[in-house]
Design a protein around this ligand. Structure first.
Ligand code: SF4
Ligand code: SF4
Length: 456
C-alpha cells in the first residue's frame, strides 16, 4: 500500500459529510521545470469565484475575441455564431428573452465542449458552465428535429452500458458492409479479457469505462502494472462502468446523475470497507475530468453536494501517480521510439496534466516529434463525432495533415475517444500513453532488464 490513512475521513452516505482532502493521495510533484500554464488547477477562473449563475458567468466576457483563434469550429467554419463569443452572445440573448430559435441551438450543438476557449480567454469565462446550464433550457424551448432527438436518445441509452455497446459492435461487425465508409473505419474491434480477482485492500479504484471495457480493456491492466511499480494497488470496477460524461454531454441529466450517484455510492462503500478514502482513476482523460467535476454537478444539491465534493477530491489523473523515475529508460522495450503526442483537449484544457505525460514519455526515452499545432482538437469529443460525422472528419483531416506522421512510429494520446478518432484516419498505431509504458514495462520485466527490476 502506498499511502498512510492520515486524518482523512470517508464520506458517510446518509449525512452531509464534511469535505476533507485525501492527503495520502496528494499528487507528487512533477519533474522540476515541467509545469506550465496548462498545469493550472481546474477550479481556476470564474468557477473559483463562487459565480454560478449563467448570467454572472456571461458578464465576464468582454468580447475581445481572443478565443476565436483557438476554437476548432470557428477555425473550420469561419462563422461568428460557431465561435465561443458568438455562442455566448446567443445564450445571453436567450437569457435576456431576446430572439432565439432552433438555429441558435444548432450552433450550440456544434460546440465540441473542448474548452480551448477557456484556456485562451483572458477574462476567465467558464464557457462550459454557461453552456451546461443554458443549452438544455434552449432545447426545451426549441426542441431539436425528431431525427436528432432519436439519435441522441439512442446514443445515450446504448453507449454508457458496456453490454449494450458490445452487442452494438457485434451487430455492426456483422453488417459492416452496409455501413458508410467513414463509420466502418471508425468501428473498433471488440476485445475481451478475463476478469482478474481484485486485491483485498486496494489503494485505488479505476473506472472500467463503458466503451473502454469493450474496445481497450488492456489499458487498465497496463495501468495496474505501472502503478504497482510505485507501490499502488488497483481495483478495476466493472460496475458502474460509465462516469456519466456521455449522458451529461448529451444534456441527459437524469441518466448522467444515475451513473454519477452510483459511482459515489460505490466509492463510499469500498472506502468504508478498507477504512480510508480510496483514490479514483480513469485512464481516459475525458472520463477523469468528468469524475473530477462531480462536485460542480451537485453543487446546489443538499443531499449530494458534500458527497460529490469528497468524491471529486479523491480523483487523480494517472499521470499524477506515476513518476519519471519509475519509467526511466522503458522506451528501449517498446517497438516504437519516435512518437507524435496528441494532447487531448480534456488533458490540455481540463485536467492540465499534459506536461506531466510529456515528461513521463521523455523520461522513458521516447522522442516526441514537434507538433506545429499542439492541442488542436482531433474532432472526437465523445458522442459529438457520431452526431456530426462530417465536421468530425474535417477536423480529423486538418489535425492529421499538420502532424509529422511520415517520421513517426506511432501516435500516443491520453483519451480513448481521441485514440479511436485518430486511428480512423491513419495507418500508424495509436496508443494510450499508459498502454505504451505499461506494455514496455511488462516486456522489460520479461527480459529481466526493466527499470522496476533493477531498483529492487
Ligand atoms: S476570449 Fe473570453 S472575454 Fe474574450 S470574447 Fe472570448 S470568451 Fe469573451
Ligand atoms: S468549447 Fe471548443 S468548440 Fe466550443 S466554443 Fe469553446 S473552443 Fe469552440
Amino acid at each position: 500500500m502506498a499511502g498512510a490513512l492520515g486524518d482523512t475521513a470517508v464520506a458517510q452516505p446518509a449525512g452531509q459529510a464534511q469535505f476533507r482532502p485525501c492527503r495520502h493521495l496528494q499528487p507528487r510533484p512533477a519533474a522540476p521545470g515541467v509545469l506550465t500554464v496548462t498545469d493550472r488547477p481546474v477550479t481556476e477562473g470564474a468557477a473559483a469565484t463562487g459565480e454560478v449563475s449563467p448570467e454572472a458567468l456571461l458578464r465576464r466576457c468582454v468580447h475581445c475575441g481572443f478565443c476565436l483563434a483557438t476554437c476548432p469550429t470557428y477555425r473550420l467554419l469561419g462563422e461568428e455564431n460557431d465561435s465561443p463569443r458568438g455562442r455566448l452572445d446567443l445564450m445571453a440573448q436567450f437569457l435576456d428573452g431576446g430572439p432565439s430559435g432552433p438555429e441558435a441551438l444548432r450552433h450550440l450543438d456544434r460546440c465540441l465542449e473542448c474548452r480551448a476557449c477557456e484556456t485562451t480567454c483572458p477574462s476567465g469565462v467558464a464557457y462550459h458552465r454557461v453552456l451546461a446550464q443554458v443549452r438544455p433550457r434552449l432545447a426545451v424551448r426549441h426542441p431539436r428535429p425528431l431525427h436528432r432527438r432519436l439519435l441522441r436518445c439512442l446514443l445515450g441509452r446504448l453507449l454508457p452500458w458496456p453490454e449494450r455497446t458490445a452487442a452494438l459492435l457485434d451487430l455492426a461487425g456483422h453488417f459492416a458492409f452496409l455501413l458508410p465508409g467513414g463509420l466502418r473505419r471508425r468501428l473498433p474491434p471488440r476485445r475481451l479479457l478475463p476478469r482478474r480477482p481484485p486485491p483485498a485492500a486496494p489503494d485505488l479504484l479505476v473506472l472500467g469505462g463503458c466503451i473502454q471495457s469493450v474496445t481497450h480493456p488492456q489499458t487498465n491492466r497496463d495501468l495496474a502494472t505501472l502503478l504497482a511499480a510505485g507501490g499502488w494497488s488497483l481495483e478495476e470496477l466493472e460496475h458502474p462502468a460509465c462516469c456519466g460524461a456521455l449522458n451529461a454531454h448529451l444534456d441527459q441529466r437524469p441518466l448522467a446523475e444515475d451513473h454519477m450517484k452510483a459511482w459515489i455510492r460505490t466509492w463510499e462503500q469500498r472506502s468504508r470497507a478498507v477504512g480510508r478514502p480510496l483514490g479514483i482513476l480513469a485512464v481516459a482523460s475525458g472520463c477523469a475530468l468528468h469524475l473530477r467535476e462531480y462536485g460542480d454537478y451537485f453543487a446546489t444539491d443538499p443531499a449530494w453536494g458534500a458527497r460529490a465534493r469528497a468524491f471529486a477530491a479523491a480523483v487523480r489523473d494517472p499521470a499524477e501517480l506515476v513518476t519519471p523515475d519509475q519509467v526511466r529508460g522503458l522506451a528501449r522495450h517498446s517497438p516504437w521510439r519516435r512518437l507524435v503526442f496528441h494532447v487531448p483537449c480534456t488533458l490540455a484544457h481540463g485536467l492540465g496534466t499534459g506536461e506531466r505525460v510529456r515528461a513521463l514519455l521523455e523520461a522513458a526515452g521516447f522522442t516526441l516529434l514537434p507538433d506545429p499545432d499542439p492541442w488542436r482538437c482531433c474532432g472526437a469529443a465523445g458522442a459529438w463525432s457520431l452526431l456530426h460525422p462530417r465536421l468530425a472528419r474535417r477536423l480529423l483531416e486538418a489535425r492529421l495533415a499538420r502532424l509529422p506522421l511520415a517520421e513517426a512510429d506511432a501516435i500516443v494520446t491520453a483519451n480513448l475517444g481521441c485514440q479511436l478518432q485518430l486511428a480512423s484516419g491513419t495507418d500508424l498505431p495509436v496508443v494510450h500513453w499508459v498502454e505504451l509504458l505499461g506494455a514496455a514495462q511488462v516486456r522489460g520485466a520479461a527480459q529481466g532488464t526493466s527499470a522496476g527490476r533493477r531498483s529492487r
